[in-house]
Design a protein around this ligand. Sequence first.
Ligand code: PNS
Length: 163
Amino acid sequence: MKPESRHAVCPGSFDPVTYGHLDIIRRTSQLYDEVWVAVFHNASKNAVFTVEERVELLRETTADMPNVRVASFRGLVVDFCEERGVGVIVKGVRAVSDFDYELQMAQMNYGLRGIETVMMPTNPLYSFLSSSMVKDAAKWGGDISPHVPDIVQRRLVERMRQE
Ligand code: PNS
C-alpha cells in the first residue's frame, strides 16, 4: 500500500503529555491533513499513567484539533504507520542531545518500511521540558502549571499523593 503522504504520526510515551508535546502535535496538525498521536505501550519505562489514561489525557488536551486522532500501539511504530497508510513520522527535537538517538531511529524506521521521519525543532519555550522532569517536580511539590495543561496537573498531583 502506498502511504498517504498527507497523513502523519506523532509517536511517544506521553507519560504524561506536556505543552512541549502539544506544541509539536498542533504544528503537525497544521502541516498534514490527518495526524495520529500514537501512544507506545512501553514496558521498560516506569510509567505513572496507564496507556489508557495517557490516551484519555491526550484526547482531552487535543480536543480542539479536529484532524488529530489518538491511539495506542505495541511493537514497531512503522507497523502502526503501515496499518493506517501513513508515510511520515514527526518527532520533536529539543536539542542536539536528542538528535543522535532520533537520527538512529529515523534511519532504522526508513530501512524497515521506507517510512520518512520529519524532525521538528521544539519551540525554545519547551527546550528543557520532559515528562520525566514534570513527574519529578510534581513528586516533590513543585509547580508544574507552566509545563502541562490543568487536567494533567490535577491527575498528576492526585497520582503522586496516592504513591
Ligand atoms: O516519548 P518517547 O519515550 O521518547 O518515545 C519513544 C518512541 C515510543 C517514539 C520510540 O521508542 C518508539 O517508536 N518505540 C516503538 C518501537 C520502535 O518502533 N522503535 C524504533 C525502531 S527500532
